[in-house]
Design a protein around this ligand. Structure first.
Ligand code: UT7
Length: 331
């Protein structure tokens, strides 16, 4: 057992200015505001429009926001992890560019890719570095420019996804706050239901594939939905049981924002009242790796030292899991 636990000690976030509303989507695909709102809870999402700006732009902005708010010296950061499903480029690490741009000149860095569970898995990885006793400041960023892989003629995907970034700092804590337990899973038989088939190593992009939008995300929404509801609720129950927590002990559910109905189903399975469920899907849609840190950023002022947070996520692969974390500070 480590002498330290790994606590979140600062958060930051960023979303682009451009707002894509449900009404605007009505001009692009056969859909309507009422359908999107009732089936997903989403009203609008943010899109990074400028040419040549990728996920690192969102990651850098989120990290700079954290640095500014917390006043930490970026030179003290020892590791930068960028959790993302949409890295800037192949072969060149998004995290290396991000770390350099934020002035984390003494850090090493790597990208972590696990679809919508990237940030959740990243919390586990960041915590292990802290718990080892070797690292004192680990910056975990979740960022995705989903608009780079969305077909705005496909109503099954374009209504859901948005762009954004969020960042958290992990530091050692001797009072027992921070990450308490995790229950992480994956099942590769799910990958056929949510993927961008072309553009990776199995099927490099071809002119024909691009013409047919096969380099962009496809999903069998219903199957993903069913698996998300079952598995997110299942892991949330497991983590509560394993830690002898009752619903009354839970301060907040911090759930991946993919569809309000999935989040509601998870909350209902653990009998959690609506006031304890963090929700911002209406503003940003599904920002993939950024949903969890953007929730923390939006709710930071409401969080109190000692609050019990239950994180849950589900995504492509399939990948999913739950984390139990004790909040470490009052803002
Ligand atoms: O982060 C992890 C990744 N993604 C997810 O977790 C997403 C999981 N899936 C979902 O959120 C939902 O499945 C969707 C929002 C994608 C779709 O909602 P749904 O309630 O599963 O709808 P559906 O696919 O069962 O379709 C119901 C009806 C169909 O019409 P008919 O056959 O009943 O006449 C669809 O054609 O709604 C129609 N439909 C739409 N109508 C208006 C499907 N998409 C749309 C749309 N606008 N955008």
């Amino acid at each position: 057992m480590s002498k330290f636990s790994a606590a979140i000690t600062a958060v930051g976030g960023y979303v682009p200015d451009y707002v894509l509303t449900n009404k605007m989507l009505e001009d692009l695909v056969d859909t309507n505001d009422e359908w999107i709102t009732t089936r997903t809870g989403i009203k609008e999402r943010r899109i990074l429009k400028e040419d040549g700006k990728g996920t690192s732009y969102l990651a850098i902005k989120a990290a700079k926001n954290l640095i500014e708010k917390s006043g930490i010296d970026p030179k003290e950061i020892e590791l930068v992890i960028v959790a993302t499903a949409t890295p800037d480029m192949k072969a060149a690490s998004t995290s290396a560019y991000t770390a350099t741009q934020i002035g984390a000149v003494n850090a090493f860095s790597f990208d972590l890719e696990a679809a919508c569970s990237s940030f959740l898995y990243g919390m586990s990885v960041a915590a292990r570095y802290i718990e080892s006793g070797k690292y004192k400041k680990v910056l975990l960023i979740g960022a995705d420019k989903n608009s780079s892989m969305i077909n705005y003629k496909d109503r099954a995907t374009c209504i859901i996804f948005g762009d954004g970034g969020g960042a958290v700092l992990f530091e050692p804590n001797k009072e027992g706050f921070g990450l308490q337990d995790e229950y992480l899973r994956s099942n590769g038989s799910g990958r056929e239901f949510l993927q961008a088939t072309y553009g990776g190593s199995s099927y490099p992009s071809t002119a024909e594939a691009i013409k047919e939008h096969k380099h962009q995300v496809f999903q069998d929404g219903k199957t993903v939905f069913k698996n998300a509801v079952f598995n997110m609720a299942d892991v949330a129950v497991k983590i509560l049981d394993r830690n002898n927590l009752t619903t009354n002990d839970v301060s907040w559910l911090v759930a991946h924002q993919a569809n309000k109905r999935i989040i509601d189903a998870t909350a209902s399975r653990i009998d959690l009242e609506e006031e304890k469920v963090m929700m911002n899907i209406e503003k940003y849609g599904n920002t993939t790796s950024a949903t969890l840190p953007l929730l923390l950023n939006d709710y930071e002022s409401k969080l109190k030292k000692g609050d019990n947070l239950i994180f849950a996520a589900f995504g492509g692969g399939f990948t999913w899991g739950s984390i139990y974390l004790k909040w470490a500070y009052n803002s």
